[in-house]
Structure formats: C-alpha cells, structure tokens
Write a protein that binds this ligand. Sequence first.
Ligand SMILES: Cc1ncc(COP(=O)(O)O)c(C=O)c1O
Length: 384
Amino acid sequence: MKNERELLMIPGPTIVSPRVLRALAKPILSHVSNEFVEGYAEALSLQKKLFGTDGTPFLLAGSGTLGMEAAIANLMERGDKVLCVENGYFGEKWEEIVETHGGEVDRVRFEWGDAVDVNMVKEKLGSNEYKLFTVEHVDTSTGIANDLKKIGELRKNTDALYVVDSVCGIGGMPLKMDEWNIDYCLTGSQKALGAPPGISLFCLNDKAWQTVEKRKSPPSDYYVNLKRWKPIMDSPKGYFATPATGLVLGILESLRIIFEEGLETRWKRHEVFSKAFQAGIKALGWGNFPAEGHNAHTLTVPKIPEGVDDAKMRTTMYQKYGVIIAGGLGKLGGKTVRVGHMGNDTMNDLVATLGAMEMSLAEMGHVDELGKAVGAMMKVFTKY
Ligand SMILES: Cc1ncc(COP(=O)(O)O)c(C=O)c1O
C-alpha cells in the first residue's frame, strides 16, 4: 500500500505546507479577475522584500532554469563575454546557457566542494571586459554556500553585471540583493520557499534593467523577452501570455508564510537545522563534503564512508520508513548523499529523517549503538 505521508527530504522539491496546498486546491480564477490580479501584485511586492531589492521582480511560470536563461537571453548579446564562477554542477551549467545564446564563455573553476577564492575572481574580472559574471549562492550538488557579500564587493570595480543563482539559498539563507551589489538574482519556487515546482522568480536592479533597455538588438527569444513581460509585472492586469494562476496563488501563500515567520527567524531556523544535521552525521562517523565553514544551511551533503552502499541505505529509508533523500549529483553519485532541510520543514522532519538513516544503517551493520546520531541532533535542537 502506498504511504501517503512520505517525507520528501531531497534538496527540492520540498515539503509543501497544508496552507499552500489549500491555496492550490481552490477553483481556478480568471487571470483578469480582481482576486487574481491583486494576489499577483501582492506576490510581486513580497518577492522584492524577499530579495532585498527596489528593482523589478519577475514571477513567471517555469523552473529555476528559466531564470538562468532569462538572465543570459536578456542581459547578454551575441559575442559578449561571460565569466562563469564555478564550484559545482550548477555553476558549470551556466556555460551551456551562455553558449546556446551565442556568448563567449570564460570560467574560473574550483574543485567541487571547495570555496570560491575571491581573489582569483577579482583577478579574472580585471583581465577582460565581461558583460556579466555568474555565481551560485548554494551549489546544490555539493552543499557549498558562496560568500555573495564578499564577491559583491568586486562589483564596485567592474562594469560586469553580477548575476546570482540563489535557487537553493533564498528564503533559507541571508541574501540582500541591493546591499550586496547583485544586479540580477533568481530562484525557483520548489526549494526554500516551500511551494511546488513551476514558478521562476527573479529580480533585476536598475543597472540590469538599463542593460536590457539599451540592447543593440532584441533577444531572439519571444516568451523569455523580458521587455514583453515588464508591463505585466508593473501592473498584473495586463496580458502578454496567460499566467499560471493556481501556482501564482500557491507561491503567494508561501511568501506570506515566510513573512509571518520573519526572514531573520527563518534564516536562523535553517542555520540550526544545518547545525543539527551536521552534528548527526558527525556522530555517525560520516564526513561532510563541502569545505569547512562554507556549509549551506538548506541542505547537508555527507560523504559516504568506504563500504557503505548508499543506494541500499536510501532504498531502506524509503521502503521501510517512508523517507526520501537524494543520491549524489553527477560525478558525486555513490560518493555523497544529499538531504534537503529547507522551506517549511520542521524539526520533527529532521529527527525522522536522521532516525531513518540511522536505523537503515544499523540494519546494514554500520551502526553499533542506535540513537547516537539522533541524540546529537536533539542536543542541538533543545538548545534552540
Ligand atoms: C542551485 C540550482 N540552480 C539551478 C537549478 C535549476 O533549477 P530547476 O531544476 O528548477 O530548473 C537547481 C535545481 O536543482 C539548483 O539547485
């Protein structure tokens, strides 16, 4: 019999709160009804607050990748040079998007799991005329969090636009777009915002918008041409293409939940989740993949110890305990596992997840004393 109360603890999509599910279950509204138009406007205004910007928000149907592509399609023109700052799978993904749109890729690449060396980025930025540079907030493949504020300092000495992918960060970790000199920032609905997949959220500051306005030629794309969408974002009663009405009202409910909790409180909760999970894996004797001190708060990426069959562990966790975590991504398959703890996840979800991991490992003969990992996690939670 299918368990209807599975715990979805992968690093996105994440568990969606019943409040958001109720908003999604409402009868479909007309996209020009007052109720929808007001809801869309409220979502856009909360989005600006979430990103910490006075710039222009875009909230469109699509996944996080749409926000990446919209950046490249609109900010860059054919032949422009783009610097991709890479320390994981998603950082490297920008290259393909840039090349697809006729840009010239340059890169500053670090080992997966290593922190970005800001001096190397500085040097590279000074060595060429780049239209923009891309940086991951959290690379979900490795669990690393990059220091966006420090990298943002470099923006003062370059004309290159600072483009940030915060698909796995915003809503769970601090991000202050205007204060940190970020020109374009994007996320998706299905991670730390706690909504289902399907909505892409991104913001452009004035400088980025001016770049769009001053293009020599229009983007070759029709749907992703932001100039066509801007009037709708300014006044959602207009029409360019039908908005995903249900999903917009779903994300609106998640944004309201975020601000009812309070951004600072939410960031702190994610930090505690991360510390608790770290304590748990340490008690199991497992190592942590991302470089020390650069851990994302939205997920944990432990290293699989020699002799542990992670596929078997994950199967037991799922089949016996109804808990779903993810395997390693790309070249980290079989070397790491990935546990998401973000959005509207609770302490109970984390205790259950680590408990399922510990029990599955015990069955496989890798744990001598049950409860050590969960106990270590509980010690962190009870201090919170
Ligand atoms: C850091 C990061 N960037 C971009 C993406 C791409 O987002 P999507 O799969 O929603 O298109 C993901 C997806 O997991 C991600 O984790």
